[in-house]
Every structure is written in C-alpha cells, then in structure tokens.
Design a protein around this ligand. Structure first.
Ligand SMILES: [Fe+2]
Length: 443
C-alpha cells in the first residue's frame, strides 16, 4: 500500500536523459513506469539516476530514443520497468510541479471543514500529517479552516515505519498526545496511520469533546472524488436505509462473479455501524461509504474470493480464495499471492488470525480501486471481509483479540438479506434504494 520502488531489470547501457521530458507523454497516475531506450550513445547514467529522473518527469510510460541514434544496425532496445506504488513520491513531486485540481481542491477542503466538521469560530483544529502525506491536501484544509475563523494547526512529523501501535516507537509521543488531548477537532491525513496508535487511543479515551475524522492516505485526487464531489445528505440517507434493512435481516448470503458464495447469520447484539463521513459530533468518524458489522459468531460458512485488494499485499493480480467453516479459514487457494497471504497469517502464530472478524458493504459512489485500503473498501458494490482482531465497537462488549488484522475486497457483490436480493453484481436493485442510488450517479 505504501510507496516502494523496485527496478526489475536492465542490463543495457543507458544514455543521458534529456533535460526536459517530451511534452506529448505527460501523465499523472503513476502505477507502472516503462523506460524504453535505443542505445547509440556512450553516455551512461546510474540506474538510480534514471529512475529518479523518470519519477521527477511524472511519467507513467515513456519512450526515449537517443539523439545519437544514427543507423538501424546500431539499434538496441532495452527496457527498464519500475513497478511502484508511487503515491507518496508522486504527491511530493505534485506539490512542486502540479496545480492539478487547484480550484476543486479548495472546494473539497471547504466541504470538509464547513459541511463535514462544521468547524466553528475559534475552534482549535489539528491537522496531522507525516512526510508521506500529500501536503497540498493539508495546506488546502488549513486555509479553509482559517477562512472560517477556526484555528488550524498542522502537526507534521517524520513517517514512522509502521502503522497503529507499530508507529509508537518513532512518534513524538509526548507532544502529539498532549496536542490531541486538547484539540477540539482533528483530521488525520497521515500515510502511516496514527489510527489505533497510543496517542490515538489516549485522545479518543480522554478527550471527550474531540471530533476525529480518519482520512489516512488521502491525496489530492481522492479528496476531489471522495469529499469534493459527493452528495453527502443523499449518501447518508442511502447508507442508513441499507443499514436499517441489514439490521432487520436474520441471515445473509453474498456471491460474486469471482466465485464468492458465503452465508452467515446476523446477531442483533452486534451493531451495524454506518460511516457517513460527518465529524460534527464527538468521537471517531471515518470516510463515508462504508457499513460494517460482525456476523453472529460461528455462523460464517462458504467461499470468499478476494479479487480487488488485500492487506498487506495491495492490489491483487489474481484472486485469493478462502474456504470458511464456522468463521474459520480452513483452506486458502490461488497463486503466488495466496501462498504469500497464508504465510503472512501463519507468521503471527495465532489461531485467531484465521477467524473472520467483520464484513462491510462498500457504497461510496466515487471510490476507485487503487490499492489504498481506505478507498478500496468503499468501492461501490463491493463487500469487504476483515480477518483477525475485532474491536468492541463491532463485537461488544470486549471484541476478540488477535495479533493483527487484515481486510480483503470482493468486487461486484450480489447480496441477499434473508431471501430479498438488494444488489446484483454490484448494482443496487432493491426498489427503495434504486432511486437514491440514481441520485448518487449510480444506475
Ligand atoms: Fe477491517
């Protein structure tokens, strides 16, 4: 999920890079970078120099032919592939090089502070960010907060090497905790989540007035799509209707084109939590577009096929299939990623890491599958399964501990509440929901 760069192969001699990139191949959504060259020059650059130049040029794909190229017999083409989840790097480049969505970003930040937080004059508003955060989002939010006469403060710190409690050793624990304990409102834009870290735990427990909104790994594009272009009142109405129907059901079945076919029972003691994106009341809040709950313990049976993304692997190249009996994963099938995932689960040496923890609907009209969990789990019409640790919010009164937690996405889900089908391959078909979905642009 986080920026890593792996240079896969090259054993060719690299020519000097041009000082300016050819203009016809600008691109911004960097996932795969291909550098294709013709060798006809004695100039050499180090691999890292070329990679860096490619990233600075913000190219997804480009081809450069050496200006020294003279004659076909000298032609040799080599390719350098850089597979990257370049989000953080792209964002840092973006700060200096891009005004992309400048106006739209301002509007999205306005919606965040006015509509979602309802920030008031004089309120102390903490914006947390680490050095992998898209600072355009941070600065736009601070400007919007200041414009409504709130008092924005940016708490910017180095990126820890882990998330949640694993971030603790590298966090400025004393100053961060003290700040959060006094804040009136807090938006978290950290790439390495403070969510579930010790300062987060203390702030949520001890600061009873705090309104917290979790927008981890948010970047400019996601901010425009998922905050700036959303009809929040309609989305809230839609989600609450889905949640109400879900609470009334006694049993559920979910299937997907990829092969999911899983059934389970509902337990009225387990709350169905609706995340509608508002942070105008005290307590923790999350991005809109998700509804989560824990099924009746011991009732999950069937096959679950992850075909979207899966923590900690990110976007999946091929499906990972789980066989589940009475909540327990009894077998994992698939390719290389399935083997890797099973090894990861086993590495905790904790049988609870093989237990299903929760299920969610994804219902954000603009969420895209990007490999960022926050957005992937909200893709319209997906269902998501959590595995491992489950907290008291979903499984009262004490939750069920496990060494870690992971989430996987099943795209294009068909859902039956008792015997009533509400979605078909990701499309909403339940009559009461269809009109609201249409208002959200989902037909
Ligand atoms: Fe989860």
């Amino acid at each position: 999920m986080l920026p890593t760069i792996t240079a896969i192969t090259t054993d060719v001699t690299l020519p000097a890079m041009p000082s300016a990139p050819p203009p016809q191949i600008a691109a911004t959504h960097v996932t795969t970078l291909v550098y294709s060259i013709n060798i006809a020059s004695a100039d050499r650059l180090s691999l890292s120099g070329v990679v860096q130049t490619c990233i600075l040029a913000k190219y997804v794909t480009f081809e450069f032919r050496s200006p020294h190229f003279k004659h076909p017999p000298n032609f040799f083409e080599g390719k350098l592939y850089v597979y990257s989840n370049v989000k953080g790097i792209q964002n840092r480049v973006g700060e200096k090089m891009s005004k992309r969505y400048e106006f739209e970003l301002g509007k999205a930040a306005d919606i965040l502070v006015k509509e979602l937080f309802k920030l008031k004059v004089g309120e102390e508003f903490i914006i947390t960010a680490d050095t992998e955060t898209d600072m355009r989002v941070v600065e736009a939010t601070a400007r919007a907060a200041f414009a409504v006469d709130a008092k924005p403060v940016i708490f910017w710190h180095p990126s820890p090497l882990g998330i949640g409690k694993a971030a603790d050793p590298m966090l400025p624990l004393k100053s961060l905790t003290a700040t959060l304990k006094e804040a009136e409102a807090w938006v978290e834009f950290n790439a390495k989540w403070l969510l579930y870290s010790t300062p987060w735990d203390v702030a949520i427990k001890e600061n009873k007035k705090l309104r917290y909104l979790c927008l981890v790994e948010m970047d400019t594009d996601m901010m425009i799509r998922c905050i700036g272009r959303v009809n929040f009142p309609v989305l809230k109405e839609f989600q609450e209707k889905v949640a109400e129907m879900t609470r009334k059901a006694k049993k559920m079945r979910i299937t997907t084109p990829a092969g999911t076919d899983v059934s389970f029972e509902m337990d009225p003691k387990n709350p169905v939590n609706v995340e509608v994106g508002y942070a105008d009341t005290p307590g923790p809040h999350f991005l809109a577009g998700q509804i989560a709950w824990t099924p009746k313990v011991g009732s999950v049976n069937g096959t679950i096929v992850f075909d979207g993304s899966l923590v900690p692997l990110g976007l999946l190249k091929e499906p990972v299939k789980l066989h589940v009996e009475k909540d327990k994963i009894t077998k994992i099938e698939g390719g290389k990623e399935a083997i890797e995932f099973e090894a990861w689960l086993k590495s905790f040496n904790d049988p609870n890491m093989f237990l299903m923890a929760h299920v969610c609907y994804g219902f954000h009209p603009n969420a895209k599958l990007t490999g960022v969990c926050l957005e992937d789990e909200r893709v319209w019409g997906c269902t998501e399964w959590g595995i491992g640790n489950v907290g008291p919010m979903l499984l009262p009164p004490n939750g069920r501990p496990a060494a870690s937690h992971t989430d996987g996405i099943c795209l294009n889900s068909s859902v039956w509440l008792d015997n009533v089908q509400i979605t078909d391959k990701g499309k909403v078909i339940q009559p009461e929901l269809v009109e609201l979905a249409r208002k959200l642009g989902k037909t």
